[in-house]
Design a protein around this ligand. Structure first.
Ligand SMILES: Cc1cc2nc3c(=O)[nH]c(=O)nc-3n(C[C@H](O)[C@H](O)[C@H](O)COP(=O)(O)O)c2cc1C
Length: 204
C-alpha cells in the first residue's frame, strides 16, 4: 500500500479516538444566571463541533442536601450523578469566575465532596477563568492549579483568561468576541490532543 494510504488510516483512527474520550465541563459557580454558565456553554459548543463526547456539570444544579454538614460523612444519593460524572471523565474543563480575588467557595466545596483520591488522581484538567476586572481570573485559575496539583491531576498548561467579561457577551447570552471564541476553540482542540496522548499512561 502506498504511504498515503497508511496516513489516511492513521487520521481515521485518530478521529475515532477523539470520539472515545469523555470531557466533563464544570461550570464553577452556583450563582443563578451566571456568566460562567454562558462561557461553559460556549466551551461545550467547541467539544460538540469536534464530535468529542462531553457533559456539563453546573454547580447551580447541586442538590440542596449536599450542603448538609452530614454530607462529609455520607453523600446524598442525589449527588451521585455529579461524583460519577467526574469518575467517568477522561478530562475535565473547569470554568471559574473570580469572586473576591479567588474562585467561588462552592467550587472548593464541590471538590471536597468528591471521592478521594480517585476523582483527580492523574486526571487531565484544563482551566478557563472569567472576571469583570482586567486580570481575567488569573488568581482563581492559579489557586485551582495549586489544588489540582496537590491532588495529582495532569494540569494542561494552556489556560484561557477572560478579562472584562461583560464586554464579550451579548444580552441573550452569546459570546460576541471572535478572539475569545478562537481562544476557547484552540484550548479545546489542544486539550483533546493532550488527553488522547496521556490516556492510559500511569505515571506511578
Ligand atoms: C461575589 C462576587 C465577587 C466578585 N469578585 C470579583 C473580583 O474579585 N474580581 C473581579 O474582577 N470580578 C469580581 N466579580 C465579578 C465577576 O467576576 C463577574 O460577575 C463575572 O460575571 C463572573 O461571575 P458570574 O459567573 O457569577 O456571572 C465578583 C462577582 C461576585 C458575584
Amino acid at each position: 500500500m502506498p504511504s498515503g494510504g497508511k496516513m489516511a488510516t492513521k487520521v481515521w483512527e485518530s478521529a475515532l479516538e477523539s470520539r472515545k474520550i469523555m470531557i466533563t465541563i464544570i461550570s464553577g459557580t452556583n450563582r443563578p444566571s451566571s456568566r460562567t454558565r454562558i462561557i461553559a456553554n460556549a466551551v461545550q459548543g467547541h467539544y460538540q463541533s469536534m464530535s468529542v463526547k462531553h457533559q456539563l456539570l453546573d454547580l447551580a444544579e447541586l442538590p440542596a442536601e449536599i450542603f448538609s454538614p452530614t454530607a462529609y460523612e455520607e453523600k446524598p444519593g442525589s449527588f451521585a450523578r455529579f461524583s460519577q460524572a467526574i469518575l467517568d471523565s477522561d478530562g475535565l474543563a473547569v470554568v471559574t469566575p473570580e469572586y473576591n480575588g479567588g474562585f467561588p467557595g462552592v467550587l472548593k466545596y464541590f471538590v471536597d465532596m468528591l471521592k478521594f483520591p480517585e476523582s483527580f488522581e492523574q486526571r487531565p484538567v484544563c482551566f478557563v477563568g472569567l472576571a469583570a476586572g482586567s486580570w481575567g481570573a488569573l488568581r482563581p485559575v492559579e489557586q485551582l492549579q495549586h489544588i489540582f496539583g496537590y491532588r495529582n491531576a495532569h494540569i494542561f498548561p494552556k489556560r484561557v483568561f477572560i478579562p472584562g467579561v461583560y464586554e464579550v457577551l451579548s444580552d441573550d447570552g452569546r459570546v460576541t468576541s471572535m478572539d475569545l471564541s478562537d481562544r476557547l476553540g484552540r484550548q479545546a482542540q489542544d486539550f483533546v490532543a493532550f488527553v488522547e496522548r496521556i490516556r492510559g499512561i500511569k505515571l506511578t
